[in-house]
Ligand binder design. Sequence first.
Ligand code: CA
Length: 225
Amino acid sequence: MRVLVVEDERKIASFVRQGLEEQGFDVEVCGNGTEAFERATTRPYDALVLDIMLPGRDGLSVLRGLRERKVAVPVILLTARSELNERLDGLNLGADDYMTKPFFVEELAARLQAVVRRASGEPAGLLRAGDLTVNLLTRQVRRGDRDVELTAREFSLLERLLRTPGRVHTRTQLLEHVWGYDFDPETNLVDVNIRRLRRKLDDDTAPAPLIETVRGVGYRIRQVG
Ligand code: CA
């Protein structure tokens, strides 16, 4: 799979290149938006990894330009934690997914495979687990035929877990990712929010909670169909 990584921060670009190459991707790196647009319109790629803040054209402008020209290559945006609006703009402009920095390159590889796989299938920005669907664009959450209202924290906690079904996340990882700053390690914020999520997601008849507790370690999404 041939991927164009558009990122001007050298450290990130080289760690992404190395990680993706180890996973068998054929990687090109470009640090300038204008040049990236040139390449993406003239060379065949299976996917783009596109940072938003770039010298030359910014990532969103590159994306808009590609979609205007009907270049349908799957695009994963790289965003900073604070760039929620840009993220939504990006999804509206036709990005297929986004990664918030910092991220694990294994996760980027998995998502690249997913966006390429569904390039002609499922709508973008949809996460699923069994009968639960989470729309990253509209932020609508549904369990079966029921709408579920979540707070922003609950939503990002659920999103984090859904991204990697079956993988266990420690409380510290979830705190860092969802709350994003240093907390007292004794805080029970994660547990409290998981409890609320379960109350909202699971109904009384559910045989097992969708979010599993892995004793002494953390939480994960139960793997369902
Ligand atoms: Ca940048």
